[in-house]
Design a protein. Structure first.
Length: 708
């Protein structure tokens, strides 16, 4: 997590103070009590919901990871205990327990009870104050009902307990232990009066810590669930050879240990693809106190997957490390291809896209003072990092190419193919698009055109599937409304490239129907319909197709969006019937209002009661809808029909609700909407099936709304 604003402000203050009293930078320490943390917890851990709760664990673990990165710790164990307790222990040097000069307290008590603004702690430059995520273990202490610190060092086991951040007593020697045994154990219980959720998610913990293990090579991270006894049946992840998974009844235990660090991560990411390279490229170098690790491997795919990290934080928006990596990659591969004669003098250089096709890569940097920028504070802003990544990676890459000529050849071969495909696609597009090429085609057979030839009044309904196409054709006003049904098939382009889509017949039909041509030949004057209306079902497939169409318009017909020609139809979600009156309802909020109007108070939709009377059963049969619901309240009967797809509406209903210009509701697509769709499209194209599935499952609603 990026640094919080408050500590940063404190840091500035601290620097000023330092100047005045002429302390050296090492001594910068501003110590403040924990009251502000309990007053405004969100400021320190982001939020007090699930993410914030898990952040408590990350914060404590980060400190142990720091100790591991400094080379003093090999094992970190995280235990989920009953009663919401979490225990994190490591075999590092142990947090110092002697008196801290500035506070007069033990060093341990200082780190646990003072907010450390300067990111450093006293002259030792203890990193404990910050962790990698930057807020400090004192924040965890402040937000815990109970915390116990146990330190093994100097031949003693020391312990001290805290309650809501305040020490319950002094630090005590518990017992003598061998001098060589060292380590730190923190046990804490997140305060339920602070957090809205106190149940930890096993999956969240596993996923996060697996990633941390990949990013910290050689450290063993053990996670044990001792919360409650239950049968566990899980299978280990395929191909994840270096991690072993143990199963016991009532106790789950995962051990993550990756000798190869991010190189192992690449192997894991590529486990379902066939590799182009024999050896995974891996480098680890440090320049000007910036540590740079890069790993990559090409696979037989089109897609590029690059993951970048700064101080173990996933920088989803990229930044300087990514920029440095990309430019070094393009430059070096071109130089190598020329030197080895893969590229002849007359040949063009490989483009940045060519060299990244099918590339899975990880760039991980560790910086003293990371600057996180961007919308979600996940873009690395440190300008110096760019050059450092570029130069270290360049050097290692050219060495690697020399040492692995076979892999060099495979990599260049892949990029040359990509370049060829790019050129061929461009040529094909140009041929197809050459003046007249599309014009020559007859209008597609599936298009039910309107009779008007006046584009300004004409509308094109793009609908999903032949059955919906049927009702739309019957329901429309054929003088000015045209209908083009698209088959769901275009869905399968998820993993193909958008330029290939243009070869797809469904898409081609659409382009021909529009009349504008495409690319350089595009002419908005030839647009055949001034309203192009996307009408899809209110389900996952529907939203998928909508995303795809919006992406297509965004990339190839942005002028149509800008000129306001693209719309999204808004079919109703429900029909509410009450005696002889009925009304269509377009969203869930409106449904509640509608029901109130009919005298039904506070209704939550329930599945049909199986013991319901025959009247409803008859009605259901009549309507043929499983979604029908009956609500009885205030002795009044109200029927709610939910429309899942356009096909469930008869042509008259479709006209009345969605197509009649007098009554319909449409959303005009803005360029921002389309840009958002493009982003989702990228994500849907993603190589990894699991996240895509998860995304579709969890966000289907959002994609649907989009917010359109
Ligand atoms: C700074 C100095 C020393 C130990 C640590 C930090 C340390 C902190 C944490 C936090 C969790 N586990 C930790 N392990 C070690 C001691 C330096 C010395 O002994 O000379």
């Amino acid at each position: 997590m990026p640094k919080e604003p408050a500590p940063e402000a404190e840091e500035k203050k601290a620097k000023k103070a330092t100047k005045k009293t002429e302390y050296s930078a090492d001594q910068i320490t501003v110590l403040e009590g924990l009251d502000p943390v309990r007053k405004r917890p969100g400021m320190y851990i982001g939020n007090t919901a699930e993410a914030g709760l898990h952040h408590m664990i990350w914060e404590v673990v980060d400190n142990s990871i720091d100790e591991a990165m400094a080379g003093h710790c090999t094992d970190i164990t995280i235990k989920l205990l009953p009663d919401g307790m979490v225990e994190v222990s490591d075999n590092g040097r142990g947090i110092p327990v002697e008196k801290h000069k500035q506070t007069g307290l033990s060093a341990l008590e200082t780190v646990l009870t003072k907010l450390h603004a300067g990111g450093k702690f006293g002259q030792g430059g203890y990193k404990v104050s910050g962790g990698l995520h930057g807020v400090g273990v004192s924040v965890v202490n402040a937000l815990s009902t109970y915390l116990k610190a146990e330190i093994k060092r100097d031949g003693w086991l020391w312990a001290q307990e805290y309650k809501q951040g305040a020490p319950k007593g002094k630090i005590k020697k518990v017992k003598k232990i061998p001098k060589t045994t060292t380590g730190t154990t923190m046990t804490f219980q997140a305060d339920p009066t602070i957090f809205t959720v106190t149940e930890y998610s096993w999956k969240t913990i596993i996923d996060h810590l697996r990633q941390q293990a990949y990013l910290t090579k050689g450290v063993k991270i053990i996670i044990i669930d001792e919360r409650e006894i239950k049968e566990v049946k899980e299978s280990s992840e395929e191909g994840e050879k270096s991690a072993d998974v143990e199963f016991t009844v009532g106790k789950k235990k995962y051990t993550f240990y990756f000798e190869g660090g991010i190189a192992s991560y690449i192997r894991h990411l590529n486990r379902n693809y066939s590799a182009k390279q024999l050896n995974i490229f891996y480098m680890d170098a440090t320049e000007d106190e910036v540590q740079v690790e890069v790993a990559f491997q090409y696979v037989e795919e089109f897609k590029e997957s690059v993951f970048t990290f700064a101080n173990n934080i996933h920088t989803t928006e990229g930044g300087m490390h990514l920029t440095g990596f990309k430019s070094a990659l393009t430059r070096n591969l071109n130089a190598y291809a020329r030197e080895k004669g893969y590229l002849k003098e007359k040949d063009d250089n490989l483009s940045a896209e060519d060299v990244r096709e099918g590339l899975t890569s990880i760039v991980s940097v560790k910086v003293q003072e990371p600057q996180f920028e961007g919308q979600t504070k996940s873009k690395l802003g440190n300008a110096e990092v760019r050059g450092i990544v570029e130069s270290t990676f360049s050097e290692k890459l050219s060495m690697w190419l020399e040492e692995n000529p076979r892999d060099g050849e495979a990599v260049i071969g892949k990029a040359l193919l990509a370049a060829q495909a790019r050129k061929a696609a461009k040529a094909a597009r140009e041929t197809v698009l050459r003046k007249g090429a599309l014009e020559g085609f007859a209008l597609p057979g599936k298009l039910a055109d309107c009779s008007s030839r006046d584009a300004t009044v004409s509308e094109l309904y793009i609908v999903e599937g032949d059955s919906a196409g049927g009702s739309t054709k019957q329901g429309r006003n054929r003088t000015f409304q045209a209908v083009l049904p698209l088959r769901g098939k275009i869905l399968n382009v998820e993993r193909a490239r958008l330029d290939k889509m243009l070869a797809n017949n469904e898409v081609k039909s659409l382009v021909i129907a529009l009349g504008t041509n495409i690319g350089e030949q595009f002419n908005i004057e030839d647009l055949r319909y001034h309203r192009i209306i996307i009408m899809t079902d209110a389900d996952v497939d529907g939203s998928h197709i909508r995303t795809l169409l919006l992406t297509l318009f965004y990339r190839y017909f942005p002028d149509l969006i800008i000129a306001g020609h693209i719309y999204i139809a808004q079919p109703p979600l429900y029909m509410v019937e009450h005696g002889k009156s009925s009304e269509y309802v377009y969203d869930d909020q409106e449904l509640q209002k509608s029901l109130k109007r009919f005298g039904v108070e506070d209704v939550s939709l329930v599945e049909e009661d199986p013991s319901a009377g025959t009247e409803e059963e008859a009605a259901e049969e009549e309507e043929g809808s499983e979604e029908e619901q009956t609500q009885t309240a205030s002795k009044k009967k109200v029927r709610i029909q939910r429309y899942k797809g356009l096909g469930e509406m008869n042509p008259d209903q479709l006209w009345e609700t969605t197509m009649d210009p007098k009554t319909r509701i449409m959303k005009q697509v803005t360029i921002e909407d389309a840009a958002a769709a493009e982003e989702i499209f990228q994500m849907l194209m993603g190589i990894e099936v699991a996240p895509r599935k998860r995304f579709i499952q969890t966000r289907a609603k959002k994609v649907e709304n989009l917010d359109i």
